[in-house]
Ligand binder design. Structure first.
Ligand code: UTP
Length: 298
């Protein structure tokens, strides 16, 4: 049965250890690393707000303070900027605290993405909700989340986002086996496998960090045993839901063809910063010629 309750809640897991980014992430969450001049997580919260999800639950862990502080008001700094008449910086400082209602819950132990989502059970209650990974950025000019919400409402199941990757890169991602749905621009997910070997991958469609989930996922996660890497995998719970008809079952996917930036590892983070900086009006005009000159010296 298609769902009718409007989706208003977004869950943002940000409790991972960020080991690929050590030592920067020793005392600071990787989601706080600046992408040009905003922490990665701010792009993600802004994306949720733009899709109408103004009730955000952030799953935090060790060294959570920076995340909470970033989305809080800073009266002393605001007063100083106000006195100086620095309205542009004042607006930039206030932007993060105006993005909506942000709640926090701690994931005591980083037992995996599935476990992080399960920490949202009480907050979310019995309504479908979105999950946005805090280190995965979708370009603000491209639509994804609103489309996924539409598909969730139309199907009543859960919805994931997929992107085509070069076949030899699929083992870095969750991978989906899909079938087209007649007359629709979304697909049905038949099965999911986390980080498959290239020769075992059912497709070159990689799972990216956006989900719109039916609340039935919580009961499934509670029953999901630790999988790959000893972690409770969201992919395993979705695999179970994909095989279920009705009762919140059924998993669908939107295939995203827009711009996505991964900030979770060093190389893709550097590419994300450069890509977004060259497009900025305040930085691009000086950065582009410098980059060309620099590239010529390589
Ligand atoms: P990742 O696997 O990319 O994050 O999880 P990680 O574990 O921090 O990264 P590495 O591999 O050690 O470098 C995807 C998202 O899920 C969150 C992470 O914070 C990230 O946003 N996550 C992961 C949790 O909140 N809890 C977990 O137990 C695991």
């Amino acid at each position: 049965m298609p769902q009718t309750s409007r989706i208003t809640k977004a869950v943002i897991p940000a409790a991972g250890l960020g080991t690929r980014f050590l030592p920067a992430t020793k005392a600071m969450p990787k989601e706080m690393l600046p992408v040009v001049d905003e922490p990665a997580i701010q792009y993600v919260v802004a994306e949720a707000a733009k899709a109408g999800l103004d009730n955000v639950l952030m799953i935090t862990g060790r060294s959570k303070r920076a995340l909470e502080d970033h989305f809080d008001r800073v009266p002393t700094l605001e007063t100083i900027l106000e006195k100086k008449g620095d309205t542009a910086r004042l607006a930039a400082v206030q932007e993060a605290s105006n993005l909506g209602d942000i709640h926090y819950v701690r994931q005591g132990d980083p037992l995996g993405l599935g476990h992080a989502v399960l920490c949202a059970k009480r907050h979310v209650g019995s309504e479908p909700f979105a999950v946005l990974l805090g280190d995965d950025l979708i370009d603000a000019r491209d639509e994804l989340l609103s489309e996924m919400i539409r598909v969730q409402q139309a199907t009543g199941g859960s919805v994931i986002a997929l992107m085509e990757v070069e076949p030899e890169k699929i083992s870095a991602y969750g991978c989906a086996d899909v079938t087209p749905v007649d007359g629709e621009d979304f697909v049905r997910v038949n099965g999911l496998v986390e980080k498959p070997a290239v020769e075992d991958a059912p497709s070159n469609l990689a799972v990216i960090g956006r989900y719109v989930l039916h609340q039935a996922v919580f009961d499934v996660l509670e029953e999901t045993a630790p999988g790959r890497g000893g972690e409770i995998q969201l992919t395993d719970a979705l695999q179970t839901l994909s095989a279920r008809d009705g009762d919140g079952g059924g998993v669908y996917a939107v295939i995203f063809r827009g711009r996505r930036y991964d900030t979770g590892d060093k190389l893709s983070y550097l590419k994300a910063v450069v890509t977004l900086a060259v497009e900025r009006e305040d930085l691009g005009p000086e950065l582009r010629p410098w980059l060309k000159e620099f590239a010529a010296t390589l």
